[in-house]
Every structure is written in C-alpha cells, then in structure tokens.
Design a protein around this ligand. Structure first.
Ligand SMILES: [Zn+2]
Length: 570
C-alpha cells in the first residue's frame, strides 16, 4: 500500500516536472487565519477523516497564483475546493520534520486567479488516512528506536488515541518551508510559524466512531459534547460522539487531543482521565496535586482553572504538557516525583504570562522549590544540576547575537536557564519579595520587557540592573568561577582570617556563595563577581581552615569541576 502510494506520488511529481509546472511557490505567503474542521476518528482502524474550511490571507507583498497545503505524509488529500469548485492541485511528499513521519503530503494548489496582497480566500478541504506510530524523523538522525517511540508516541489506536499538532503530527493543514531536526532548523521554523499564526483561531469537532463510549480531552476550550447512534445502514452497535473544542489563538497552544474509554477521577482542582486499571495511580496524582496546592498557592496564587491529567498508554512515554494539561503515562512511581509533576501544572493553572521565561521558568522554579521542601536545599540544587548539562551545551553553541532570555523561544533557555534565574533571584531578594512581585504581576500589563524586572526591584528595594542586564536582556553565556587564591592569617585571639579571591572567567556577573571550610565547621559569604573580573573577601573561621569553595550549584556556570582550593598549611 505504502509502496503504491509512493509510486503514485513519484508519478505525479515527474508529470508536473514534465508539464513545466513551477514548484517555486512561496510557502509562507499565506497566513491560516481560521480553521473550522470536523475530524472523524476511528481508533480501531487507526484512521482519521477530516472535512472543513480554512481561511487564508495573502500576507506576502506579491500576488499569489499558487498556495501550498501540507498534512502528515500518512494522510491523503481528498478534496480541495473554492466556492464549490474543485481546484487543480499536485500532491507530492515533501521531506520535513514538522511531522513524526519526517514528511508531509503537500498539495500545490493552482488558484483560478492571483490573490493580491492582503486578499483572502476560504477553501473547503477533505483529507484522510492513518495516524500510526512513526519514528522516522528521529531514527533517521540516529535516535535509538525505543527512545524515539517514547518521544513520538502520537497515534490513533485502541485503547488510547493521543495526537499532538504541528511539530508532532500535521493533522490539520499548514504550510512551512522544510525544517530539519538534524540542523536544529525545526524549532526556529516552528517559532516562525507560531509567530505568523498569532491571531489564528481553530474550531474542531472531534468525533469518534466505535462500539463503545469514548471520552475526548483536548487542550482547547470545550464548547459542547454530543453523542448519537449512527444513522440507518450503519451497524447497529456503532456509535459516534463529538466534542467541539476551540483554540484561540493557535499560536500559544499546539492543539492536541486524546480519546479513550477514560474514567475521570474528579477532585476540586484536578481531573485525572485514566483507564480503569490505573485507578490507584490516578489517585496518587490527584493526592499529589492536593498536597502541593497550599505551597503553590502561597507562591503563585490560587489556581484559576483545573489541572487535567490525561493518561498516555505506554509506561516510559515522555510526558507532554500544554498549560494546565499534562499528557502522561500513569505510573505508581515515588510520591515525590509525582508531586514535582503536579506542582508544575498547578503553576500553569495559577500564573500566566505571555513570556516563556516567566510562564515556563516559574513552573520549573516551582519544581526546584518543591524538591527543596521534600529534601532540603542540597536536594533542590542536585535536582537543578540534572538539567545543567543541557544549558551548558546550549550556551556553548549559542551565538552572542542570540536574543536575551527575556525574548528567547529556545526551550532550554526559557525552561532551564529561567529556572536558575528565578532561583538566583530568590537567593538574592528572598521569598517574600518575589512572592510580592508575583502578586502584583498581571499578564495584560506585561507590555514591555522591563515590567517583571521592575516589579522585582520594587519589591526587593534593590537595584538589580546588573543582573537583569547579563541574564535577561542579553545572552552573555554562563559565568565560570574558580578560587584564584586563599590566604589564611592568624589573629591575636587565635582565630583565622582567610582572604579569598574569586575569579569569574565568564561574561555574566553573579552573586555566588563562597564557603571557607575549617575543622570546626564552615563559614559562608555571598560575593558579587562581575564577568571577566575578580572579587576579594575576608572570612573569619575559629579553627584551622582547610579549603575554600565557590558556588554550591545555585549559580549555573560552564565548569563546576574547578571550584575548590585547599588552604596551604602555614
Ligand atoms: Zn510547563
């Protein structure tokens, strides 16, 4: 079947080349301004069939005679019409990693007349095919098959159907230039796409057909549910149910849905959609959310929506989060780990920001705070350090022209770096000042980048411009600390004064803890060390000093292995 399809596409491709039809179309010319789709999902047959309308606007500066429509390469175009008339098009596979299959089925449509700049049109579309597990885009760049399967888990299947949108599965039509995971162009391409679709709305009627009642969950706004038996001529046992969801704007949410014979465990702040055998695990998730709720509320305010936990079928599948919704396998793992997951989603249910470094950064910061509640500061720092290598690699590869964290759309930056930035701020200004800034924050007032930094400075009554400059407004990379020298001196009353010089070979300034360890214990100082500079402080210890250490892991730096120096015996 696959082979046949491929030959068919190949045939069309050569045909179009022979006919001299031009493929030099501008894939970014049209903005998809509105989707109105009905997706019929047949889990038993692993299939979907879609019908609907898409509105497009020519946002290029030239009149366009052609447009491109891309859907997953496992789907086939059935219908492309304008004003009730079929449009001529050529469909061919187009290699790109926006879809798990590593390709899309691209229709190059010829319009009856050129659409001028800002001109709009509404197309009637139909397409169908299978959405089966596919790891092509990952395995072809060398990701081991099992890891790939746990990452690209999207499929229409029994007992659980779970499918994410663009970036995973093109189950709705899009149009983007080819993007690849191997050269990192995928994330930039997805960013550009989201930016271009910033006022795009989508309304989807998600309908299942099958023999038993299924529950649909999606990360949009639910607008209604209907259920009815199929009409005459259909098998009596076949039923159909539909749920309408709207997504506005699509840019901030990758539309995703799941359907299964879910049971909903409903609590005041949480719904856990699970299969009956996972009822005990579902209980754990609901309990974990209840347990961390008071702490999350103290920091980030009360939740304004419920968090939704949606079960994925396979243990080991990577969780996917979208605002307060978490798609995850339900495992009875240790309670602490479940609480970390739930606190992240609770922050999303309570605190929103249009800026990723705030929106996601705070959710990750809350996980570090929760880890501290569970096991103390050392446990929190160890938890953050599991994420540090990703940040070190990203900073090493970043160009200095990269945007500062405040505008970054790089996931490692707005998750990991932002988590550290919040942690450092907390170490500098304290819990009360940060919490006060969060209470004053309103996402609608966040119109300039300095809004949140200003709230923090006001609450802390402290000038932090040097910090925001190096960590938020510019990407100056990470600091790189070492102990430059340690000199102990005996005092008249028998104690020691140790003169410690800390060097920062990196470009970012930070306030970093410095420890002088002695036989009878240790003393700590916080030292502000600017980029490419040294700072000196004197620390008094009661007994013979042994060593000086810079950074307990609370400040991310490029090399943590050169941070201690022994005190030479006198
Ligand atoms: Zn998140």
């Amino acid at each position: 079947m696959r082979v046949l399809h491929f030959r068919f596409f190949l045939f069309l491709f050569f045909l179009s080349v022979l006919c001299g039809s031009s493929f030099a179309v501008d894939r970014t010319a049209f903005t998809f301004t509105h989707y109105d789709l009905e997706i019929r999902i047949d889990p038993e047959g692993h299939a979907i069939a879609a019908r609907g309308k898409v509105r497009l606007r020519n946002d290029s500066h030239a009149a366009q005679r052609n447009l491109t429509l891309q859907i997953s390469s496992s789907l086939t175009w059935r219908l492309i019409e304008l004003n009730g008339k079929a449009l001529p098009y050529v469909a061919a596979p187009y290699t790109t990693d926006i879809d798990h299959t590593g390709a899309v089925t691209e229709a190059v449509v010829t319009l009856p007349s050129a659409v001028p700049p800002k001109g709009t049109l509404e197309l009637d579309l139909g397409y169908a095919g299978e959405i089966a597990p596919d790891t092509t885009r990952l395995t072809r760049i060398g990701v081991p098959a099992e890891t790939a399967a746990h990452s690209d888990w999207d499929q229409v299947a029994e007992p659980v159907t779970a499918v994410r949108g663009i970036g995973y599965v093109a189950w709705y039509p899009v149009s983007l230039p080819a993007a690849s995971l191997s050269d990192n162009s995928l994330f930039a391409a997805l960013d550009d796409w989201k930016r271009s679709q910033h006022d795009t709305n989508m309304r989807v009627n998600l309908c299942w057909v099958g023999e038993s009642e299924l529950t649909t969950v999606a990360n949009g706004r639910a607008e209604g549910v209907s259920r009815h038996a199929m009409g005459a001529g259909e098998e009596a046992a076949t039923a159909m149910g539909c749920s309408v969801y709207s997504f506005a704007p699509v840019a901030t949410t990758v539309p995703a849905f799941a359907l299964a014979e879910y049971t909903a465990l409903t609590r005041s702040d949480t719904n856990v959609y699970h299969l009956p055998p996972q009822a005990p695990a579902a209980q754990e998730y609901a309990l974990a959310a209840e347990k961390v709720l008071p702490f999350a509320t103290e920091w980030f305010g009360a939740p304004r929506t419920k968090i939704q936990v949606v079960q994925l079928p396979n243990i080991g599948d990577l969780p996917f989060e979208s605002g307060p919704i978490l798609f995850t396998p339900l495992e009875l793992t240790d309670r602490n780990a479940i609480q970390l997951r739930m606190v992240h989603q609770l922050v999303h249910a309570s605190f929103n920001s249009p800026r990723p470094w705030i929106e996601e950064g705070l959710a990750h910061f809350a996980q570090a705070l929760e880890r501290e509640r569970q096991g103390g500061r050392a446990a929190a720092l160890a938890y953050m350090q599991t994420l540090l290598p990703a940040l070190q690699a990203a900073e090493a590869g970043a160009t200095r022209a990269a945007p500062g964290l405040i505008n970054s759309t790089d996931e490692v930056m707005y998750r990991v770096k932002a988590m550290y930035v919040w942690w450092m701020l907390r170490d500098m200004v304290g819990d009360a000042a940060l919490q006060q800034a969060f209470k004053k924050y309103h996402p609608l007032d966040d119109k300039d980048t300095a809004y949140m930094p200003r709230l923090i400075e006001q609450a802390a009554k402290r000038d932090l411009e040097w910090f925001f400059d190096d960590w938020l407004y510019r990407d100056r990379g990470l600091p790189e600390f070492r102990v430059d020298s340690v000199f102990p001196r005996t005092t008249l009353n028998g104690t020691y004064v140790v003169t410690v010089t800390i060097a920062n070979d990196g470009d970012s300034a930070a306030e970093v803890p410095v420890f002088v360890r002695a036989e009878g214990g240790e003393r700590t100082r916080r030292m502000l060390v600017k980029g490419k500079s040294k700072a000196v402080d004197r620390v008094e210890v009661p007994t013979t000093p042994n060593e000086a250490v810079v950074n307990d892991g609370s400040v991310p730096e490029s090399n943590m292995n050169n941070n201690a120096m022994a005190v030479a015996p006198k």
